[in-house]
Design a protein around this ligand. Sequence first.
Ligand SMILES: Nc1ncnc2c1ncn2[C@@H]1O[C@H](COP(=O)(O)OP(=O)(O)OP(=O)(O)O)[C@@H](O)[C@H]1O
Ligand SMILES: [Mg+2]
Length: 193
Amino acid sequence: MKELSLHLLDVAKNSVAAGAKHVSITLDEDGDGWLTIAIADDGRGMAPEFLAQVTDPFTTTRTTRKVGLGLPLLRLTAEQTGGSLSIDSTLGVGTTLTARFQRRHLDCPPLGDLPGAVALLIQGSPDMELTYRHTTPRGEAALSTAELRDILGDDVSLAEPEVFAWIQDYLTEQENEAAVDASPAAVSEGEVQ
Ligand SMILES: Nc1ncnc2c1ncn2[C@@H]1O[C@H](COP(=O)(O)OP(=O)(O)OP(=O)(O)O)[C@@H](O)[C@H]1O
Ligand SMILES: [Mg+2]
C-alpha cells in the first residue's frame, strides 16, 4: 500500500469486523524517526493457533476470497523499513496490534491522509467508540468519539456528512502543527534532528 494511513484503515476494519465496541489507535513518533502504531480493540480476539499463523497470507476467516492480505502486507511494510509487527490477542477479550516503522528508511511509505482515514472509520462505524492519538516530537493530534458525542449530543449521528467534514478539518489542523518531516531527503539535508 502506498500510504500508512491506508494500512491503518485496513487494520482498523479488522477490529470492526471482529465486533469491537472500543478501538484505540495511537501513533507515536520519536526523535529518531521511529513510528509505533498500536491498535487495540475489544473484539472477539483470536485463538493462539490462529494467531500464530495470522500474518501468513493463507490464513483468513473470510469466505469471499481465500487469502487475507491486510496483516501480511502490514508486516512486510514494517519489516522493509527495519521495523516489525507484533500481535497480542485473547479470545473473547480483544486484540492489540503493534507495528513499528523507521520513517527515514527509503522504503517507508508516507503517513498519508490520517484525518481522512479516521473520519472514514468513524463514519463507517458511528456507534463504535474510537480514540485516536498521534504524538510527534512537535506536538499531538487527538480525537475521541466520546468527546464528540458530548459536544454533539445524542441526536446527532457521527455518520452525518457534516461530522465527517468537521473531523477531517479538526484533525488536519492538529496534524499539520505536529508534523515532522522524516523523509530521507530531509535527514540528509540535516532538517531533522
Ligand atoms: N483485530 C482482530 N480481531 C479478531 N480477529 C482478527 C483481527 N484482525 C485480524 N483478525 C483475523 O485475522 C484474519 C486475517 O486478517 P487480514 O486483515 O490479514 O485479512 P482479512 O481481513 O481476512 O482480509 P483482507 O484484510 O485482505 O480484506 C481475519 O480474517 C480475522 O479472522
Ligand atoms: Mg483485514
